[in-house]
Write a protein that binds this ligand. Structure first.
Ligand code: GLU
Ligand code: MG
Length: 454
């Protein structure tokens, strides 16, 4: 970090601290998301924000090697007990947390003591991927859908907090005060909500937020999840974004909506390709589709992810694409006739709520960028449930285990170049560590041990 950047951050921190003081906000939670998708935190008093923004807050780099059970792995890029890094709250993205009175939140940018970006800084990697696309004239708009399961009480058993049917008005009525409080708290923290509704699985709800710049989209998913968690707690409820909550149920997805733009135009619409795709729009999507097995090591990072990622669950278990096909890994959304230029996007359905959203963005943008460079072409679209197609159609199932996804990531040069060797090796190390952690565990046990972590 150079002097000018440090000064800029200090000024932003001072302005934010003044505003917080005026609003009676005493503390700022500074979060980052680790390799296993856990949001971790250090907090500073608001009066310390200016200093923290400029110089960072100390944190052990060992947490990048942490697994979901909080044990820390050793490896080539692992720091062990020695060393430190600095977490700089990004005061430009600060939000006052309506659900936690007196608290604000800011995402961290992570630097080494030498002032260089830390190689495991997912937010920095996502930003770099955005900048690389921008250098070629492309912009991206993205959002994460947020599904969560809501349990009555604070206990470890999952007790669905509603009993009405999927998408049922009964479910909304059962938790009307709570859902209104979620909506109000998320909106008050500066997030534009598109919709909120009861989902399909037992006790499940969903909130959709407006698309934005990819880094902002990753920040937003952290902010919204922690807001939902806080509102739930206050209502005597427990929320989880874990991939699976009950072994035999439908899971929580964290679908990514993504569109490529150039000169203010949405390249997922208005072209002469299939369903109006432009050539770059198609190539970007094809780059993502061809790398989905490797991207699963990032977007479906938990042993529990592979209990969710199965056919007939609308989870995107097949490496194919299709117009409005909810069983395809890539669902092309064109919007209502006349609205395509604004609304068209690809939804990546295979990812879940255990994923680090910054790494997801970094990986997806890198994959799409590689597709642009290759002028990649999408295969034939699939307009039926791919699970019902015979092998002669050549539609591959996506990896069905962490090990399979890790092997795909290890052999993907484009992703390694984009994310850096230290990040990719660490992702693989942590995934293998977690695979070993759950080796021999039955489905019920995997679900029980991962239910409340994300
Ligand atoms: N809950 C499903 C999943 O695991 C997705 C349902 C939907 O299409 O929204 O991804
Ligand atoms: Mg949904």
């Amino acid at each position: 970090m150079d002097e000018a950047e440090r000064t800029r951050r200090a000024q932003a921190g001072r302005r934010a601290a003044e505003e917080l003081a005026a609003r009676g906000v005493s503390a700022v939670a500074v979060t980052w998301v680790d390799t296993s998708g856990v949001t971790r935190v250090k907090a500073v008093p608001s009066s310390r924000l200016e200093h923290a923004a400029a110089w960072g807050v100390g944190m052990s780099p060992a947490f990048d090697f942490c697994m979901v059970d909080d044990s820390i792995l050793k490896g080539r890029f692992a720091a062990g007990p020695v060393g430190d890094l600095r977490m700089h709250p990004d005061a430009d993205r600060l939000a006052v947390l309506a659900a936690l009175p007196g608290w604000a939140w800011a995402p961290a940018d992570r630097y080494g003591l030498d002032g260089e970006r830390h190689p495991h800084d997912g937010r920095g990697l996502a930003r770099r991927a955005v900048e690389r696309l921008a250098a070629d004239g492309y912009g991206v708009r993205a959002s994460f859908e947020i599904e969560w399961a809501l349990s009555a009480g604070h206990g470890d058993e999952f007790v669905p907090a509603c009993s009405g049917p999927a998408y049922g008005m009964t479910r909304l009525m059962e938790q009307a005060d709570y859902l209104r409080d979620v909506l109000d708290a998320v909106t008050a923290s500066g997030v534009a909500v598109d919709q909120i509704h009861p989902e399909y699985a037992s006790g499940q709800y969903e909130i959709s937020v407006a698309a934005s710049d990819p880094v902002a989209a990753a920040d937003t998913v952290v902010l919204v999840r922690e807001t939902i968690r806080a509102v739930s707690h206050r209502h005597g409820l427990r929320a989880t974004f874990a991939p699976m909550v009950l072994a035999d149920g439908v899971g929580n997805g964290a679908h990514v909506h993504i569109s490529l733009w150039r000169d203010g135009l949405n390249l997922m619409a208005g072209g002469d390709g299939r369903y109006g795709l432009t050539q770059p729009g198609e190539s970007f999507a094809a780059g993502v589709l061809s790398r989905l097995p490797a991207l699963l090591a990032i977007g479906a990072p938990s042993a529990a992810s592979y209990l969710r990622l199965i056919p007939f669950h609308w989870a995107g278990a097949f490496a194919c694409w299709g117009w409005e096909n909810r069983e395809a890994a890539l669902r092309l959304v064109t919007g209502a006739a006349g609205d395509g230029a604004r609304a068209a996007n690809f939804e990546i359905k295979s990812f879940d709520g255990a994923a680090n959203p910054y790494l997801v963005m970094a990986g997806v943008l890198a994959a799409g960028h590689a597709g642009l460079g290759e002028k990649a072409v999408l295969p034939e679209p699939v307009d039926v449930n791919p699970a019902k197609l015979g092998p002669e159609h050549g539609i591959a199932a996506l990896p069905s285990s962490l090990e399979e996804a890790v092997r795909a990531l290890e052999s993907d040069d484009a992703l390694e170049e984009a994310l850096g060797e230290a990040m990719v090796r660490t992702i693989c190390l942590v995934r293998r560590g977690e695979a070993a952690l759950f080796d021999g565990a039955g489905e019920e046990e995997v679900v029980a041990r991962t239910r409340w972590i994300h």
